[in-house]
Design a protein around this ligand. Structure first.
Ligand SMILES: C[S@@+](CC[C@H](N)C(=O)[O-])C[C@H]1O[C@@H](n2cnc3c(N)ncnc32)[C@H](O)[C@@H]1O
Length: 281
């Protein structure tokens, strides 16, 4: 039984790097009029309320999105425009109340003819996701294992897809299964864009995860990581990142400009970033 609830963590520093990569990637995809498929293997509830007791309990958003002001981040205008669309009733300068999850962020980029395939296993978050996607016919919500589910959608009829894989890593075998799942999809559809989020709780696990990508035979893989604290100085997640297979041209430059600024704004002692190519094209 899964116990992780993203409502305790929404809007934290890990969501920021994940959702920036999502916004940049989908912004690039919609430059062409041809349709694309958005596949979200671990979709979550879709929308989060910072006044909910879960958010209040940990207050992680205060050290995340609560520290960023839209006016200081013109380079993230698209991201902030989406956030503000869920916070129309907030006065200027007031902290955000609502934070959209990955499926709702993606919905802002989808045209009438694009499709989203959303997987969520937690019964409560599944029900919330159904409610938050609001009978939108383009959003297909499934209470099934997303690690297996993504295979059903590749190659898509559209021949263009962005796969977001954002597990909670509650089950430790996820560190292996995520690479196997992406690799299986890649073999069917090597042109797809695959973006995996990972937490750094134990650096050794992440080094193994990286090595699995390097050994997989998949090409063109980049990694972007934001570390708030040096590894291992406290228990829990101190850093997190995204590994992107087939990133669009321009993502690397954008992230290499954003990450130092994010470190400066959000980081604490020993904060750092990583922006590198794991496997060449
Ligand atoms: C980190 S949260 C997702 C957050 C979301 N992607 C976002 O950015 O707003 C991970 C979610 O995956 C769900 N989950 C865990 N294992 C899953 C699986 N095998 N298939 C589908 N959903 C799963 C959890 O219930 C949880 O809601």
């Amino acid at each position: 039984m899964l116990s992780y609830r993203h409502s305790f963590h929404a809007g934290n520093f890990a969501d920021i790097i994940k959702h920036i990569v999502l916004v940049e990637s989908l912004g690039h995809l919609v430059k062409k009029e041809t349709p694309f498929d958005y596949i979200d293997s671990h979709a979550g509830a879709g929308l989060f309320d910072f006044t909910h007791e879960h958010s209040v309990k940990l207050g992680e958003h205060h050290r995340g999105i609560g520290k960023l002001r839209a006016e200081d981040w013109p380079e993230l205008a698209a991201y902030f425009k989406i956030l503000s669309s869920y916070n129309k009733d907030q006065d200027a300068g007031e902290e955000l109340r609502f934070y959209p999850g990955s499926p709702l962020i993606a919905s802002h980029f989808m045209r009438g003819y694009d499709n989203a395939w959303l997987y969520e296993l937690h019964p409560t978050d599944f029900d919330l996701l159904v409610k938050n996607t609001n009978s939108d016919k383009r959003m297909h919500v499934m209470k099934e294992d997303g690690l297996k589910g993504i295979l059903a959608h590749v190659p898509p009829v559209s021949r263009r897809a962005f796969v977001l894989m954002d597990p909670s890593y509650e089950i430790k075998s996820d560190y292996e299964n995520v690479v196997a799942s992406i690799h299986a999809a890649y073999k069917k559809f090597p042109q797809g864009v695959y973006a995996l989020w990972y937490p750094v709780i134990d650096r050794a696990r992440v080094l193994k995860l990286e090595q699995r990508f390097i050994d997989s035979g998949m090409k063109d893989i980049q990694r972007f990581e934001l570390g708030l604290l040096a590894d291992g100085v406290v228990r829990g997640m101190t850093s997190s990142g995204m590994i992107v297979v087939n990133p669009h041209w321009g993502l690397f430059d954008k992230m290499s400009q954003l990450l130092p600024k994010l470190v400066e704004t959000l980081g604490e002692d020993g904060a750092f970033f990583k922006c590198d190519v794991l496997v060449d094209e």
